[in-house]
Design a protein around this ligand. Structure first.
Ligand code: BES
Ligand code: ZN
Ligand code: ZN
Length: 506
C-alpha cells in the first residue's frame, strides 16, 4: 500500500473516491419533543456540504459509528461519508478499528482513495491520530494466503491523505507514517511466521527465515547455535525438549547496537519461546488441544518483531533478542516424564509433564541472556493455557521480579491500547515448584495458578537480580477477531506495539 501525504490540500486529490468523516451529536429537544441526532460536519468544504444538503435522503444520515453515505459531486467524484459517532467518545483505539473497517470496505472495490485527514484528528492530536489511522489500515491489510493455488490481489493500493495542515508539518507527519509502517510491517512479518505450517517451518527453516529477514539491517549482528553448541553451553533443559525431534534445536541470537552508544545507553534483552509445534511430547496433548499448536512460537515471533522494528527505526537502545526454537515431538529418544535434567545454570529439574516444555526452553535461554548483563530482560511466550482461564483469551498476563519494570511495561501497554494485566508470584508458588528429588519440578501440584507457577519456575533462571518480566501471550497472541485490525483467525500480532513503545522509552 502506498500512503501519500498531501498537505495544504484545497481540493480533493482523487476524482474517483473521496472519503470524509462525519460525527454525530445529540440535539436536546425543547418541551415534550424527543432528543434527536444530527450530523457534525463542520470540517467539510462548502461544495461538499451544499451537495450533501441538497439530497433528500441525506437528512437521515447522522454520522453514527460505522454508518456510511455515498453521493456524487457534479464533476463525477464519488464521496463516501463515514460515520465516526460521537466525537468525544471516539478513542485512538476506536479510530484504529474504524480505519481497519474502512480498509476492508474499500479493499476489493477501489484502487485509490483520498481520505480527508482533518476529519479523523481526535483531541487535536494530529500525529497520534495519523498513527492510529495508518496502523488500523496497515494491520488490516494482511492476509495469509500463500498456500492457495490462486491469490486474489487487494485492489486498493493507494491511500492519499489530504490535509489542510501547513506544509511545514510535512516532515513530522511523514515521519509518523514511515515509523508506523516499520512497526506494522514487522507485525505482519511475525504473523507470517506464526501462521506458517509446522511441516514447512521446521526449527531450522524458521531460524534461516529470521536471518534472511533481518539481513542487511544496520547495527544488527546475528548468530545461530545448533545442537552441538547448545551441548557446549550445557543447555540440558532446552535440549531435553528437542530430544524427541527429528530436527535440530536452534538458538537465534540477535544483537542491535545503535550508532551512538554511551554509558547511558540501555541494553534490553528479549527472549522468546519458539516452539514451532507442541505435541505435548510423551504427555501427549489430546487431538483437539493439539490443533493450532504451530502457534506455540508466537512468543518468539513477537519479540523478534519488536527487535526488528527497533533496529529498522534506528532507536537509541541496545537490544538483544534470543529465540529458542524447536518442536516438542515424540520419538524413541523423547524425554519421558520422571526424567531429571540439569539446566545451564546448574539447577536440576524433575520433568513430570513433557507438555510443560516452554519453561524448559526459556529457562536456559534466560540464563544465557543473563550472562550478557542486560539492564532488563523481557520474555514472551505462549506458556500456559491457564492464562486464558484467569484473564480470558484477550488479555496478556505479565509477571516478574521487579515492580518498576512491570509498571513500565504496563504503561506501554496502555499507551498502545493493548490489554495486559499483572499476576502475582507469591512465595507459595515458588514452594509448589520444588521437587522432593531435584531442585525444581516443571509443574505445580495443582492446575490452579498455573501461569504464575510457570513464572515462579522461570524466575529461578534469572540471576544477578536482573529486572525481568514475563509476558504470557497464550491468549492474546492468537485470533483476536474482536479487533477489526486483527485477522479473525490466526496470529494477532498484538503486544509488539507494547514492546516497541517500551523500548522507545528505555
Ligand atoms: N503451549 C502450551 C500452552 C498453550 C495452551 C498455549 C493453550 C496456547 C493455548 C504449553 O506448552 C502447555 O502445554 N502448557 C501446559 C502446562 C501444564 C502441563 C502445566 C498447559 O497449559 O496445559
Ligand atoms: Zn506444551
Ligand atoms: Zn508449548
Amino acid at each position: 500500500m502506498k500512503y501519500t501525504l498531501n498537505l495544504g490540500a484545497k481540493e480533493f486529490s482523487s476524482d474517483s473516491l473521496v472519503l470524509v468523516s462525519a460525527f454525530e451529536k445529540t440535539v436536546e429537544a425543547k418541551g415534550k419533543a424527543k432528543a434527536s441526532k444530527a450530523i457534525v460536519n463542520a470540517h467539510w468544504s462548502k461544495e461538499l456540504k451544499s451537495t450533501f444538503e441538497a439530497i433528500n435522503s441525506a437528512k437521515d444520515f447522522t454520522g453514527s459509528l460505522g454508518d456510511t453515505f455515498l453521493f456524487h459531486l457534479a464533476n463525477g467524484t464519488t464521496v463516501l461519508v463515514y460515520g465516526l459517532g460521537t466525537k468525544t467518545k471516539l478513542t485512538f483505539e476506536g479510530l484504529r478499528n474504524q480505519a481497519a473497517k474502512i480498509f476492508k470496505m474499500l479493499a476489493t472495490k477501489h484502487s485509490e482513495v483520498a481520505l480527508q485527514l482533518d476529519g479523523f484528528v481526535l483531541k487535536g492530536k494530529a500525529e497520534e491520530s495519523l498513527n492510529a489511522l495508518v496502523e488500523g489500515i496497515a494491520l488490516a491489510d494482511y492476509k495469509f494466503d500463500r498456500h492457495f493455488s490462486k491469490q486474489t490481489k487487494t485492489k486498493l493500493t493507494e491511500v492519499i491523505l489530504d490535509s489542510s495542515e501547513k506544509k511545514t508539518k510535512a516532515k513530522k507527519l511523514q515521519a509518523v507514517i514511515d515509523d508506523t509502517l516499520v512497526v506494522t510491517e514487522s507485525i505482519n512479518v511475525s504473523r507470517d511466521f506464526v501462521n506458517e505450517a509446522p511441516n514447512i517451518q521446521r526449527s531450522t527453516v524458521y531460524a534461516k527465515e529470521v536471518l534472511k529477514d533481518i539481513k542487511g539491517t544496520k547495527g544488527v549482528k546475528a548468530k545461530v547455535l545448533g545442537k552441538a553448541e547448545l551441548k557446549k553451553e550445557k543447555m540440558g533443559l532446552f535440549l531435553s525438549v528437542n530430544d524427541g525431534s527429528a530436527y535440530e534445536p536452534q538458538l537465534v541470537h540477535l544483537t542491535y547496537t545503535p550508532s551512538k552508544v554511551t554509558k547511558n545507553t540501555k541494553h534490553i534483552a528479549l527472549v522468546g519461546k519458539g516452539l514451532v509445534f507442541d505435541t505435548g511430547g510423551y504427555s501427549l496433548k489430546p487431538g483437539g488441544s493439539m490443533v493450532n499448536m504451530k502457534f506455540d512460537m508466537a512468543g518468539s515471533a513477537t519479540v523478534y518483531a519488536a527487535f526488528r522494528a527497533v533496529a529498522k527505526l534506528g532507536l537509541n537502545v541496545k537490544v538483544t533478542c534470543i529465540l529458542g526454537m524447536t518442536d516438542n515431538a515424540v520419538n524413541e529418544h523423547a524425554t519421558m516424564p520422571d526424567a531429571i535434567v540439569k539446566g545451564r545454570n546448574g539447577l536440576s529439574v524433575e520433568i513430570l509433564n513433557t507438555d510443560a516444555e516452554g519453561r524448559l526452553v526459556l529457562a536456559d535461554c534466560l540464563d544465557y541472556a543473563c550472562d550478557l548483563k542486560p539492564d532488563a530482560i523481557i520474555d514472551s511466550a505462549t506458556l500456559t493455557g491457564a492464562v486464558l482461564v484467569s484473564l480470558g483469551t484477550e488479555v496478556c498476563g505479565i509477571m516478574g521480579n521487579n515492580q518498576k519494570l512491570t509498571s513500565k511495561i504496563l504503561k506501554s501497554a496502555k499507551n498502545t491500547d493493548e490489554y495486559m494485566w499483572e499476576l502475582p508470584i507469591i512465595e507459595e508458588f515458588h514452594n509448589d515448584m520444588k521437587s522432593p528429588i531435584a531442585d525444581l519440578k516443571n509443574i505445580g501440584g495443582s492446575r490452579f495458578g498455573g501461569s504464575s507457577k510457570a513464572a515462579a519456575f522461570l524466575s529461578k533462571f534469572v540471576k544477578n537480580d536482573i529486572p525481568w518480566a514475563h509476558l504470557d501471550i497464550a491468549g492474546i497472541g492468537d485470533s483476536q477477531g474482536h479487533k477489526a485490525y486483527c485477522p479473525s483467525k490466526g496470529a494477532s500480532g498484538l503486544i509488539v506495539r507494547t514492546l516497541v513503545d517500551f523500548l522507545k522509552n528505555s
